[in-house]
Design a protein around this ligand. Structure first.
Ligand code: FE2
Length: 517
């Protein structure tokens, strides 16, 4: 951001946020959709909701008093020509792919209904060997799939047919929810978890974080089908442009929030040690400001405060978890740790290593800003050193893990260069703490790669090794041209040099050592 409050922002079709009113007025775009840049004038004036609601106790009171509003704009990056590092081989293999498609189409079974109305218990262990012999040479972390049997049998996977169908309609991630669920099913992973149906969150539950006005606004526009409509009210709540209204938006919000709340309940009542909602993970939304429509993570964390006193929120999405961090920046009852891309103009433009929280929350916000091109080994080393130290100082009772995978190689964000192996090692580090853990999704805009990664992470959670070959199922053809689970890193330059990383680790570690528990 320059001194005039302008910033050059690469434009993208990805939608996880919004533009402020004053930002929109000054947008200018170049003619080519692939090379569009946007000049954004930032409105730094705070916004205060006229009617805040508060059904909960101390943490919520602190939130109401201290929630802050950072001006932000949507992440925009030009469309990456290297969407999938495997793509160069597509043309070469085209004849074989077509033959495979025909063969698969002939063999493909009829789509099975979602199994959201039943509870499937652990039914044993598949002993097929995993072809992934991956070792990052990190002596601190033993790469082993899964956790012990008792924990494995206490993994809950929360979903509902309605939630998946509604998430499928999101214009920037069409059919992602169905592809993830179908791949889990095809790998037999649903049989290794308790599949717990979810219901919609009630108005009362949504207002545990969101304002009455915002919830009522969502209800009001639920049946409107004009996604292009942008009026004064919609701008006030952040709807339009990059975060457009859509038919059934309130239904979507209720379904996503309801699933994360159900996952939190599974941890609260002890029916799960790990609870998953891959449809959740919307970490940007404010109390009365859409940037992803709902902040299901906030609702889940607030639910967990009914039982747990120290909650650690870990966010590995490419974008900083600003909505969650802002809400808890004044309290020590929740520690937020975010590893993210930090670059001028990159949404949400917050999350410097010196952003450490305020007042009672000082040192309880941990930010790890990283540059483009980082790969598994370096990322895992940073993750382990920071998150493990944070855990030692904070001593959390429960973990909330936002697992956005727009960090993957081949994602249209075209920024980090990670693979499922690296993200899996990070998740395994957390699982090895053997604390109750709520896992939600997040970004991930190369949809087949997102499904690949979350299926692999699920296999780690339940301790089920899965084969490299994508099983034949409804969306099999989406995984061409290699039909493999693995994602290879690309040849992008890594801009994180050793000197920067050591300086970053020293800064973050120094802040953590000032925590008084
Ligand atoms: Fe993201």
């Amino acid at each position: 951001m320059d001194q005039q409050g302008k910033r050059e922002v690469p434009f993208s079709t990805i939608n996880t946020g919004r533009l402020g009113e004053n930002e929109r007025k000054s947008i200018s775009r170049s003619p080519s959709p692939d090379t569009i840049t946007t000049t954004v004038h930032v409105d730094d004036s705070p916004k205060v909701s006229p009617r805040a609601s508060s059904p909960k106790q101390s943490v919520i009171s602190e939130l109401k008093e201290n929630v802050s509003y950072n001006p932000h704009t949507q992440c925009r990056t030009k469309r990456c020509p290297n969407t999938n590092p495997l793509s160069p081989s597509k043309k070469e293999n085209k004849p074989n792919v077509e033959q495979k498609h025909k063969r698969v189409a002939a063999k493909r079974p009829a789509p099975s209904p979602l199994k959201d109305e039943r509870i499937v218990r652990f039914q044993g262990h598949d002993t097929r060997s995993c072809p992934w012999n991956f070792n990052l040479n990190l002596p601190q972390v033993q790469f082993q799939q899964g956790i012990d049997n008792s924990a494995r049998s206490k993994t809950c996977y929360v979903c509902s047919k309605e939630c998946i169908q509604l998430c499928d309609k999101l214009p920037k991630i069409p059919k992602r929810a169905s592809m993830v669920h179908s791949l889990l099913e095809a790998y037999g992973l649903l049989d290794k978890m308790r599949v717990v149906p979810s219901r919609r969150a009630s108005v009362h539950e949504l207002m545990a974080f969101h304002t009455t006005d915002y919830v009522e606004y969502l209800q009001k526009i639920n049946d409107e089908d004009d996604s292009e409509k942008v009026d004064e009210t919609s701008q006030e709540y952040g709807m339009g442009y990059d975060c457009p209204s859509m038919p059934g938006v309130y239904d979507l919000v209720g379904a996503v929030a309801g699933a994360t709340l159900q996952a939190a309940k599974c941890l609260l009542n002890g029916t799960a040690t790990v609870a998953i909602n891959w449809c959740g993970g919307w970490h940007h939304t404010r109390r009365d400001e859409a940037a992803g429509y709902v902040n299901d993570i906030m609702l889940g964390i607030l639910k967990l405060t009914e039982k747990f006193n120290r909650i650690m929120y870990i966010d590995v999405d490419l974008h900083q978890g600003d909505g969650v961090e802002d809400a808890f920046s004044f309290t020590s009852k929740v520690m937020t740790v975010s590893l993210h891309k930090y670059a001028p103009g990159f949404f949400p433009s917050t999350g410097n290593s010196n952003d450490i929280g305020i007042g009672k929350g000082r040192y309880y916000s941990v930010n790890v800003p990283l540059y483009d091109g980082i790969q598994d080994e370096q990322y895992c080393d940073i993750f382990y050193r920071i998150v493990d130290e944070a855990k030692e100082f904070y001593k959390p009772e429960v973990i909330v893990f936002q697992c956005g995978v727009d960090t993957l190689s081949g994602d249209p964000m075209c920024s980090f260069n990670l693979t499922p192996h690296g993200i899996g090692k990070c998740l395994k580090t957390v699982l090895d703490w053997k604390l109750p853990t709520l896992i939600v999704g997040g970004g991930g805009y190369n949809i087949p790669n997102t499904a690949r990664c979350w299926a692999y992470l699920t296999s780690i959670i339940v301790g089920q090794e899965i084969p490299s070959e994508i099983p034949e199922h409804e969306y099999f053809t989406e995984y061409g041209s290699d039909y493999q689970l693995e994602i290879e890193p690309s040849h992008r330059k890594n801009h994180n040099d050793g000197e920067y990383i050591e300086s970053l680790l020293t800064t973050v570690s120094g802040n953590l050592q000032k925590i008084n528990t």
